[in-house]
Design a protein around this ligand. Structure first.
Ligand code: NAP
Ligand code: GDD
Length: 362
C-alpha cells in the first residue's frame, strides 16, 4: 500500500487517554509534530504522556500540549486556529459504557455534540480542504446486532454511549458528503494495553490478579462473566487509525481481531499468566472462581455491576481494513493478556518495594 508522506502537524483530542498515548508515540516516530488537546483539571491527567512532555532532547518540541474541552467551542476554535492541523484524531470521549447510563447528558455533550463543535470549527476556520479527520467510532454502534459485525451491520446501540457515538458517526458522514471533508470513522472493537483505564474490565482483572499473586487476600468482583468481546492491542489499533488518514479518499472501517472471548476466559488467561488457576463453581450470581488447593474464593459475581442493557456478543470482521489499508492486528489475545499481567505484576512489586518512613502513610 502506498502511504503519503507524513503531512506535518497532527492534533489529538483525548490525548491523555490510552489511545492518545499510543497514537502520539506512533506519530512522533513517523516524524509528525503532535499537538495534544487535553482538559485542564485540578488533579493531573497527564500520567500516560508525561514522558513525552519532558522526554528526550528534541522530542518535547514535537509534542505540544494545548488545553481545551470538547464541551467548550471557544477552546476548540482557538486551538485549531493556532495549530492549523493536517490531521485530526478525535479520540476525546466519555468512553465508559456503564458510566454513560449514570451520566447520559455529559456523555452526549462530549461524544456527540463535541463532534459537531469540532466539525463546525473546522468548517468555520476554512480547514475543510486541508485537514483530514479520524473519528473514534466504536463497536458499540452495533449493540444488539449479532456477530460477526462489519461495516454493513445495522447500528442498534444499547447504551447512551453507543447512541451518542452513532450520532457522531452520522455527523461525520454528513460533513464528508455535504462538504467534501476527508473524515473516516474507525469502528474499533475493544482494545486494551497496560495503559488501559482501571475501571475497564480487562485492566480491573489484571490489576486484581497481580495483587492476588502478590499475596493479597482480595476477591475480584465482576459483573457479567459471559459478556464476550473482540479484544485487540491498542498499539495495533492506532496504526489502523493512521492508515485511514493516508488514503486518498475517506471511508469507514472496522478494526477488530475477528476473535471473541468471554470475560470468564480473560480471567482464566490472566490467572494463568500469573501462575495461578481457579475452578469455576456454581451458576449465575452464585458463580465463583475457587483456588483448587485452598478452596479460597478468588472471583465472585457482583450483580451491582450488571448493566441495564448488554450488547450481543462482539466479534468484528476487519476484512475491509485488511484489503484496503493493509492493516492486521499483530498481537494475539494470549500475548495481550500476558503483557498486561506482566506490567501489573511489576507495578505491584515496585509499590511493595517503596520505602515508607515509620509514621508516614504510603
Ligand atoms: P480513554 O482512555 O477513556 O480516553 C478518553 C480521553 O478523552 C481522555 O484523554 C479524556 O481526558 C478525554 N476526554 C473526555 N472528555 C473530554 C472532554 N469533554 N474534552 C476533552 N477531552 C475529554 O479512551 P480510549 O480507550 O483511549 O479511547 C479513545 C477513543 O476511542 C474514545 O473516543 C473511545 O470512545 C473510543 N473507543 C475506544 C475503544 C477501546 O476499546 N479503547 C474502542 C472503540 C472506541 P481526561 O484524561 O481529562 O479524562
Ligand atoms: N467495566 C467492567 N467492570 N465491565 C465488566 C465487569 C466489571 O466489573 N464485569 C463484567 N464486565 C463486562 C461488561 O458488562 C462488558 O460486557 C464487558 O465486560 C466489557 O466491559 P468494559 O471493559 O467496560 O468495555 P466495554 O466493551 O463496555 O466498552 C469499551 O469498549 C468499547 C468498544 O466496544 C470502551 O472502551 C468503550 O469506549 C468502547 O467503545
Amino acid at each position: 500500500m502506498a502511504h503519503r508522506t507524513p503531512r506535518g502537524r497532527a492534533l489529538i483530542t483525548g490525548a491523555t487517554g490510552q489511545d492518545g498515548a499510543f497514537l502520539a508515540e506512533l506519530l512522533l516516530a513517523k516524524g509528525y509534530a503532535v499537538h495534544a488537546f487535553a482538559r485542564r483539571t485540578s488533579g493531573s491527567n497527564l500520567g500516560r504522556v508525561a514522558h513525552l512532555l519532558d522526554g528526550s532532547p528534541g522530542r518535547e518540541r514535537r509534542y505540544v500540549l494545548h488545553h481545551g474541552d470538547m464541551t467548550d467551542t471557544a477552546s476548540l476554535m482557538r486551538v485549531l486556529a493556532e495549530v492549523q492541523p493536517d490531521e485530526i484524531y478525535n479520540l476525546a470521549a466519555q468512553s465508559h459504557v456503564a458510566v454513560s447510563f449514570d451520566a447520559p447528558e455529559d456523555t452526549a455533550n462530549t461524544d456527540a455534540l463535541g463532534v459537531v463543535r469540532l466539525l463546525e470549527a473546522v468548517r468555520t476556520l476554512g480547514l475543510t480542504d486541508r485537514c483530514r479527520i479520524y473519528q473514534a467510532s466504536t463497536s458499540e454502534l452495533f449493540g444488539a446486532s449479532p456477530p460477526p459485525q462489519d461495516e454493513t451491520t445495522p447500528f442498534r446501540p444499547c447504551s447512551p454511549y453507543g447512541a451518542a457515538k452513532v450520532c457522531a458517526y452520522w455527523m461525520g458522514v454528513t460533513y464528508r458528503e455535504a462538504y467534501g471533508l476527508h473524515l473516516s470513522n474507525g469502528i474499533a472493537f475493544n482494545h486494551e494495553s497496560p495503559l488501559r483505564g482501571d475501571s475497564f474490565v480487562t485492566r480491573k482483572i489484571t490489576r486484581a490478579v497481580a495483587r492476588i499473586a502478590a499475596g493479597e487476600r482480595e476477591v475480584l468482583r465482576l459483573g457479567n462473566l459471559d459478556a464476550a468481546r473482540d479484544w485487540a492491542h491498542a498499539r495495533d489499533v492506532v496504526d489502523g487509525m493512521w492508515r485511514m488518514l493516508q488514503q486518498p479518499a475517506p471511508d469507514d472501517y472496522v478494526l477488530a481481531t475477528g476473535e471473541s472471548h468471554s470475560v470468564r476466559s480473560f480471567v482464566d488467561h490472566a490467572l494463568d499468566a500469573a501462575g495461578l488457576t481457579i475452578r469455576w463453581e456454581g451458576e449465575g450470581v452464585e458463580e465463583v472462581g475457587v483456588e483448587p488447593r485452598s478452596g479460597r474464593v478468588l472471583v465472585a459475581v457482583d450483580p451491582s455491576l450488571f448493566r441495564p442493557r448488554e450488547t450481543r456478543g462482539m466479534r468484528g470482521d476487519a476484512g475491509k481494513a485488511r484489503r484496503v489499508l493493509g492493516w492486521a492486528p499483530r498481537t494475539s489475545f494470549a500475548e495481550l493478556v500476558a503483557e498486561m499481567v506482566r506490567a501489573d505484576l511489576a507495578a505491584v512489586k515496585s509499590e511493595g518495594e517503596t520505602v515508607v518512613s515509620p509514621g508516614i502513610p504510603a
